[in-house]
Each structure stands twice: as structure tokens, then as C-alpha cells.
Design a protein around this ligand. Structure first.
Ligand code: PEP
Ligand code: MN
Length: 286
């Protein structure tokens, strides 16, 4: 890989681990399972997600507050109000949260309220954003561009590392191809290749790859078998009512069931799915 000075795996045991808070290590033996809706819609919705997933082996919660939508007339996310909701969930349930950052101007505010900043597919080659994220002291979840080659993906990560932030997790989320039965094509070959080429943790988003909820579990299981370091999966208290990506959202029951179903697969490939050790929920102060 040309010029990938900082992301290249120097020897087979060379592996970076990324810390989420001080109790979740990504890229080691433990897998990272992230669940949550495409978009934060209300406090009630996120409370339901966090409390109903609390017993499942899921270590972090996702939810977009700034949404990159194809149409400017579609819901664009709750913005700052959504960030406040994520922060409340994070404090109350003692669970790390992940959300997407779309522009440099959002970085400071988002970094103050969440544990991991997601760069969406549509921004994978927003080089100014990547450079700015290099200056942030928070983990970055970098999603593969819709039609990015593996080399372009690695070089995007290289931007963040070369500007000072080595806490980068790569995410394969499917790439565009000719078949529109699935929303995208999950490239598990890229997962295996990225694990060999780079020392960064690699997780998989089967939701945006499949685009259909009935395909998500199979792809998630295959990803863990292929050596992925974790998964990020969309789920919702009322999947068909999701304001965005409804067709691919799992119910919370299915999400918990899927997370449990991964355990024997993880064991078979020498990995482990930690049970979330929760502190007692803190009572909201009126
Ligand atoms: C998302 O995670 O909701 C999202 C928009 O994903 P992607 O950038 O992979 O399309
Ligand atoms: Mn989505």
C-alpha cells in the first residue's frame, strides 16, 4: 500500500487497540457490539433502547443526530437537542455512545458529549474533516466510502493518524455494485485484507450493507467468523416507525438475540463478547 506509513501492519502481531472509556478495549480479544437507531428521535426512544439492551452483550449505543440524507427534504437529525439526549443516556446508563460528525464546526460540541465520533461513508474523503479529527483526543469510527477502494479507505485513515490521532477504528459497511436487491454489497474480503494490511481494529456494519433487516443477522455472524473486531447494528423500539432506515432496523428483541447468537461464533475464532458491567443507573436530577 503506497505511503501508508502509519496504518501499515509492521509484523503479524502488530495490533492497535482503541479504548472506549477506560473499560472497553477494541481490537483485542473482546469484540465491540454497538446497537441503536439510525437516528436519535426522542429521549423516550433512546431510554427504551438503552434500558432494553442493558441486559444484552452490547457495549455501546449508536444514534445519529446530524444525518447525511440523500434528500434535503428528509429528516436531517435533531442536531444539538439530539446530542443532549445522547449525553443523558450515556450518563444515566453508563454506556459509551457513538454519533456521526458531518463537519469541522460540529467536532468540538460532539467530542464533548460522546465517546466515539463516526465519519460517515459520504465523508470518508472529506480530507479537511479527517485532518481536524486528527487533532481530537477521542476515538474515530471511520466508515468506508460508498465506492472507495481498500487503498483509498486506508489512506483516509492515514490522514487521521498523520494529524495526531491514532485511535481509529475502520468500518466496512458495504459498497455500491450492480445488484440492488441488497442496499450495498458487504465486502468481507476487505475485512480480511484490512486486518492483514493495517494494525487498526476493523468492525462491520451489516445494516447499511444489507438494507433489509432479515439479512442482518447472517451478515453479522459471517463478519465475526471472518475476523471482524466488532459490529455496529441499527435497531429501534418500533423498527417500522424509524424516521430513517426503517427497512433495515432490527427490533430490540432481535438485536439482543443476535448479540447472544454471536457468542459461539466468537468462541470458535478465539474471540470473546464481554457482558456489559453496568453501574447502577444514576437518577436523573430534576
Ligand atoms: C449511519 O450509520 O447511519 C450512516 C449514515 O451510515 P453510512 O455513512 O455508512 O451510510
Ligand atoms: Mn442509517
Amino acid at each position: 500500500m503506497q505511503n501508508a506509513k502509519l496504518t501499515t501492519k509492521a509484523h503479524p502481531a502488530h495490533q492497535t487497540t482503541v479504548q472506549l472509556r477506560d473499560y472497553i478495549t477494541v481490537g483485542g480479544r473482546d469484540l465491540l457490539i454497538v446497537g441503536g437507531p439510525c437516528a436519535v428521535e426522542s429521549l423516550e426512544q433512546m431510554e427504551t433502547v438503552a434500558s432494553r439492551l442493558a441486559e444484552a452483550p452490547i457495549q455501546a449505543i449508536r444514534g445519529g443526530v446530524y444525518k447525511p440524507r440523500t434528500s434535503p427534504y428528509s429528516f436531517q437529525g435533531l442536531g444539538d437537542a439530539g446530542l443532549t439526549i445522547l449525553d443523558q443516556i450515556r450518563q444515566r446508563h453508563q454506556v459509551p455512545v457513538v454519533t456521526e460528525v458531518m463537519s469541522i464546526s460540529q467536532i468540538e460540541e460532539i467530542a464533548a458529549h460522546v465517546d466515539m465520533l463516526q465519519v460517515g461513508s459520504r465523508n470518508m474523503q472529506n480530507f479537511d474533516l479527517l485532518k481536524a479529527l486528527g487533532k481530537v483526543d477521542k476515538p474515530v469510527l471511520l466508515k468506508r466510502g460508498l465506492a472507495a477502494t481498500i487503498e483509498e479507505f486506508v489512506m483516509a485513515a492515514e490522514y487521521i493518524l498523520s494529524h495526531g490521532n491514532s485511535q481509529v477504528v475502520l468500518c466496512e459497511r458495504g459498497i455500491r455494485s450492480f445488484d440492488n436487491y441488497t442496499r450495498n454489497v458487504l465486502d468481507l474480503g476487505a475485512v480480511v485484507a484490512l486486518k492483514q494490511l493495517t494494525h487498526l481494529p476493523v468492525i462491520v456494519d451489516p445494516s447499511h450493507a444489507a438494507g433489509k433487516r432479515e439479512l442482518v443477522a447472517g451478515l453479522a455472524q459471517a463478519a465475526i467468523a471472518a475476523g471482524a473486531d466488532g459490529l455496529i447494528i441499527e435497531c429501534h423500539p418500533e423498527p417500522e416507525k424509524s424516521v430513517s432506515d426503517a427497512r433495515q432496523a432490527l427490533s430490540l428483541v432481535d438485536m439482543a438475540e443476535l448479540a447472544h447468537s454471536l457468542r459461539p461464533i466468537a468462541d470458535a475464532v478465539g474471540r470473546h463478547i464481554p457482558t456489559r458491567t453496568l453501574e447502577a443507573p444514576q437518577l436523573a436530577v430534576a
